[in-house]
Design a protein around this ligand. Structure first.
Ligand code: IMP
Length: 451
């Protein structure tokens, strides 16, 4: 086991609060160590909002948490798909807020590019009602598909600017989009920044834009492989891995077909670092879940759909609207058959439970403890058509006193209802609870193990 190594992934369907948990750990370790925050999957589809002490809110998409800390290096790894324009915007926004106190950023030159061409193709596919109807429109699956088709553009193709290869890429996507009935130059695609969207444009416009972005990104691009090779062995560094999305969105394990295209499990770290970092060596590998409910943004239909009155209340109280797409999130009761499956396939060894304060006096906490089909108990399986045929079976738990929860400094001080609930989670999943969060602010948390 590698000392001071922590990894967090989304335990169910995303937006469980990984960013907040990572931010807190980076804050803690940056007092005593150099910290590496490594992100290995996804791209601009992710989103979490950080509220600063002055009340200002910044949405992160490609940058993981920890960017506000000196003595910290953020690595955007090989397994990610990078949109240069959006990344430059995001970095500029952070710089404007914190200036020089910002972490260093290394964008791995081997990371794959996800460009406006991919976004255009995805937008047109959506009109054809393709399987990815719920996608965020950030061109994620076309960029990952490029890898399987063996023609990806990588960050290194921008430096030096490989014009021939990039023109070839543009023409391929132009043909694909044309085949689906649209002219690529006229397709509008989402973009971070003031306009919110732009046209892909003709070849020269596309090239000019990308060339300028390559220039701006240049100082951040580095060799992610050598960087982790050096630092992973050096005990001066603490490592925090922030996965994006969640295991329930993984292509192989999630609710297919409304899934994302990257490896959302800890295994992705192994491939992104080219086996330099074996996830087996990471001490804490925690799946983050929300205590009393799950949210899901997309088109998937989950068995444990929540009563709409309570769902509405939670959506408003918990700001359950997509940070990337602003779509209202679907709200569901916690689903133990799915969660237990995800923890197993994700090689998870701990649970981090967030949003513990989302409880209402006199409203029992319902948890889906089994699926049934024609009266028989059946397991979770990663297939929407199958999930449409199962019925949820529920168990209810008493709510706890929020104030008493927040005041508790140790496990033994926690309200007894919280203890019952956490023990239930541990027993059902066979996985220990690592920490809980008791409010939205940094340090509103309680660790059940020594840090
Ligand atoms: P894509 O990743 O844009 O291809 O979208 C595939 C599915 O994953 C869609 O249902 C998205 O809404 C969902 N998704 C992608 N990223 C996130 C995320 O960070 N949080 C929650 N859902 C996500």
């Amino acid at each position: 086991m590698r000392k001071n190594s922590f990894a967090f992934c989304g335990g169910v369907f995303g937006d469980e609060g990984k960013g907040r948990v990572v931010d807190e750990l980076v804050d803690h370790f940056s007092q005593t160590h150099k910290v590496v925050v490594y992100r290995d999957n996804g791209g601009a589809n992710a989103g979490h909002t950080v509220e600063l002490d002055n009340g200002q809110r910044i949405a992160f998409h490609q940058l993981p948490s920890g960017v506000f800390h000196k003595r910290t290096t953020i690595v955007l790894g090989k397994g990610m798909v990078i949109h240069p324009g959006d990344l430059i915007e995001e970095i500029a926004e952070v710089k404007e807020v914190i200036g020089k106190g910002m972490a260093s950023i290394v964008v791995d030159k081997m990371a794959v590019l996800s460009l406006d061409t991919h976004r255009a193709f995805e937008a047109v596919l959506k009109e054809w009602e393709s399987g990815g109807k719920g996608a965020t429109g950030r061109g994620i699956s076309p960029a990952y598909a490029d890898i399987l088709l063996r023609h990806p553009l990588r960050v290194r193709d921008l430096m030096p600017f490989n014009e021939e290869k990039i023109i070839k890429h543009y023409h391929l996507y132009k043909a694909l989009v044309f085949g689906l009935g649209k002219k690529i130059q006229e397709v509008e695609v989402p973009q971070l920044g003031t306009t919110g969207k732009i046209l892909v444009g003709i070849e020269t416009h596309f090239l000019t834009r990308l060339r300028s972005q390559a220039q701006q990104l240049k100082s951040y691009v580095g060799d992610g492989y050598s960087y982790v090779q050096k630092t992973w062995k050096d005990k001066k560094y603490a490592f925090v891995f922030e996965k994006a999305q969640a295991i329930g969105l993984d292509t192989r394990w999630g609710v297919y077909p409304d899934v994302t295209a990257s490896d959302t499990t800890f295994d992705g770290i192994f491939s992104a670092t080219e086996a330099v970092i074996d996830p087996e060596e990471i001490t804490i590998k925690a799946a983050v879940i929300k205590a009393t409910y799950m949210s899901s943004v997309g088109t998937r239909k989950l068995p444990s759909v929540m009563d709409e009155n309570l769902a509405h209340q939670i959506r408003e109280d918990g700001h359950e609207y997509g940070a990337t797409t602003k779509r209202p999130r679907g709200i569901f009761y916690l689903d133990m058959p799915a969660l237990t499956f995800f923890l197993r396939v994700g090689h998870v060894n701990r649970i981090a439970v967030t949003h513990m304060d989302m409880v209402y006096p006199d409203v029992l906490i319902k948890v889906c403890v089994a699926y049934t089909q024609k009266g028989r108990t059946v397991p979770y399986r990663p297939d929407q058509e199958y999930l449409n045929t199962v019925k949820p079976k529920y168990q209810e738990f008493a709510p706890w006193d929020k104030d008493k929860l927040r005041k508790s400094k140790t496990f033994s001080e926690l309200p007894k209802e919280v203890k019952v609930f956490l023990r239930f989670l541990e027993k059902t999943t066979g996985t220990k609870v690592y920490m809980i969060t008791t409010g939205p602010k940094r340090h509103q948390s309680l660790y059940l193990e020594k840090l």
